[in-house]
Write a protein that binds this ligand. Structure first.
Ligand code: ZN
Length: 304
């Protein structure tokens, strides 16, 4: 959970608690309403021994007196001058009423919070809206800043008898295979070039020179994985890959699901980012005669 959603959840629960307190206060207020009485009426009530207990809240020059009446849950309230305090307390004592005196009215904070609750809710809602708007603006900026880049890749390998035919990371059952320094995977190589080209990072020869014995017979998926790392470092995201593989034989279509899966895995994307097509060369030239296999790839990246 990120900090924004934590704040939202917190705000939501604070709002619920306040609403709960408000409702409770409304309900309980109806049960025992407080009646404001005059000072003289209040004195009368004390003398009639109607007061069971009282709470006196002292203020600067006056005091608020709340009294619970005997035999009912009813409260009465009156305001007296501080100078009248000794008399009131004496009378309450004589009448056998409990007296509680507070400098600051206890429970004031609840009242303050309750009174402030609508304001707090409003401020919270405004903050929430502001946060949403800020987030939207930020997202819009990010979208604006993202630029798309396209790269093209091409590769061709001669085919010879007795070599494994690997295309898109999958070995296909066939009597011929590509001649090459690595595993000769034309699709992977063209894809590497397209990705590197889009990112402006050179080509496959720059990063995996065929003069380096390290890459002798290498699995071309390693090239793709390394290319993906280079893209990540430059903060490029792979948006889409479209490829054409040209070979007279064998039929590639049935193997596309596995190839897409292998390529997507090497590039750390979902398979819907990889689109493959197959063509023959209609019997024309080296590919048409089955002497070679080739691939064209266009890759689209976004940069942030
Ligand atoms: Zn190649």
């Amino acid at each position: 959970m990120n900090s924004s959603s934590t704040a939202k959840t917190l705000l939501f629960w604070i709002s619920i608690v306040f609403l709960g307190i408000l409702l409770w206060k409304l309900v309980s207020a109806n049960k025992s309403p407080t009646e404001v009485v005059s000072y003289s009426d209040f004195l009368q009530m004390i003398d009639n021994k109607e007061v069971l207990s009282s709470k006196i809240y002292l203020q600067a020059n006056s005091a608020n007196v709340y009294a619970l009446l005997r035999g009912s849950q009813k409260y009465v309230q009156t305001t007296i001058a501080t100078s009248d305090l000794p008399e009131i307390t004496a009378r309450l004592k004589d009448a056998g009423a409990k007296i509680e005196i507070s400098e600051v009215k206890s429970g004031d904070w609840t009242l303050i919070l309750l009174n402030a609750a609508p304001l707090i809710l409003l401020v919270g809602f405004c903050l929430f809206l502001m946060r949403q708007m800020k987030g939207n603006a930020k997202r819009a900026l990010v979208l604006q800043a993202a630029t798309a880049r396209t790269g093209i890749g091409y590769d061709l390998h001669r085919l010879e008898y007795g070599r494994p035919l690997i295309v898109g990371g999958i070995e296909l059952p066939f009597d011929k295979g590509p001649v090459g320094h690595s595993d000769g995977d034309v699709l992977a190589h063209a894809l590497c070039d397209a990705l590197l080209g889009a990112a402006g990072l050179g080509d496959i020869g720059t990063h995996f020179p065929d003069t380096d014995p390290k890459w002798n017979g290498a699995n071309s998926m390693l090239f793709l994985e390394h290319t993906k790392k280079l893209l990540d470092e430059k903060q490029f995201a792979i948006e889409h890959v479209d490829a054409v593989v040209i070979t007279e034989k064998p039929k590639l279509g049935p193997h596309f699901p596995k190839m897409r899966e292998a390529l997507a895995k090497a590039l750390g994307v979902s398979i819907d980012h990889i689109h493959l097509k197959a063509k023959t060369n209609e019997g024309v030239d080296a590919i048409g005669r089955g002497e070679a296999i080739a691939a064209h790839v266009v890759a689209t990246l976004t940069s942030r």
